[in-house]
Design a protein around this ligand. Sequence first.
Ligand SMILES: Nc1ncnc2c1ncn2[C@@H]1O[C@H](COP(=O)(O)OP(=O)(O)OP(=O)(O)O)[C@@H](O)[C@H]1O
Ligand SMILES: [Mg+2]
Length: 331
Amino acid sequence: MVLSTLGVDGGTVLGMAAIEVSSLVKDYGTLRAVDGVSFSVAPGEVYALLGPNGAGKSTTVEILAGQRAATSGDVQVLDMNPDNATRDWRDRVGIVWQSGGIEPEMRVREVLDLYRGMYRNPLPTSAAAAMAGIEDSLKSKVSTLSGGQQRRLDLALGIIGDPDVLFLDEPTTGFDPTARRRAWEILDDLRQLGTTIVLTTHYLDEAAQLADRVGILVHGQLVAEGPPDGLDLGRGRTTRVRFELDPEVSLQGLNLGDEELERSGRTITIYTESPTKTTYRVTEWALVKRFELSGLTVDRPSLEDLYLDLLDETEAAATAVGAASNGRGPA
Ligand SMILES: Nc1ncnc2c1ncn2[C@@H]1O[C@H](COP(=O)(O)OP(=O)(O)OP(=O)(O)O)[C@@H](O)[C@H]1O
Ligand SMILES: [Mg+2]
């Protein structure tokens, strides 16, 4: 598989990382859910794990948070193996689970107070509730909260211990757009305060907004890693120039260099390393031909585009390898 690392100069200096994972493996019976994953997260860094359902994101986070034992490999969080977690270590680590198992009959304030009591230097209950936007539901029973309100409570429980390292497994799933923005602001505030954050998400705009670096897990393997706007996946650093044109109209006279051009229905897309020159050539051509270029855009592929491309490539590579090893594919 391809591993592309960009924008990080050789990773983090040994001993400086808040989180150091090397060759992590987790088997559930015969299923290898995490298959030799290595990465590190610097103090104060926000790292997002992305990947399709079942890729091993939750398993990885659970191991980092000391909730699940690894099959093999080495994990250090705040210079400690989470398996040997001490009270001091737990005090410095906060967790927001993908599915919280909170006692439904308790009231929100009681749950917050209970969790608060487990930490040495917690935030005031009202502050954690306000940060997570659950302050109006303090008297409600957990069972009566909406899905999004429960996730807010999960978030409040994750931050109430004022952690140095915070793990969040799909923290904003089920949030309405306002709540999501608010959660982003909270995480941004925590980052300003120097909290190291590892989150998983299926929202690529969330990863692009929050993360300093993303790691993409597919079938338990880290297939790419880098800053969200700098993942080098073939076309990753090229710019797209797009416009609409009737399918009958010829592109004759449009002089591009060796830029790749795609024509699909009415949409023309040109991939270019020199957007200024390409845009100039396109508009000059259109002026001479007296075309109005409707829908002319110049942009870079989003993290979502890169991610989907990468998954396609990874699947194609896996299929090719599978076919070859079956003796049916090309040698
Ligand atoms: N407790 C368990 N026992 C057995 N298999 C498990 C267990 N937990 C997870 N798995 C399996 O391990 C694989 C990885 O699961 P995991 O929950 O880590 O994926 P994920 O990336 O978090 O997926 P999602 O995006 O759906 O949350 C999956 O195939 C899943 O079925
Ligand atoms: Mg998960």
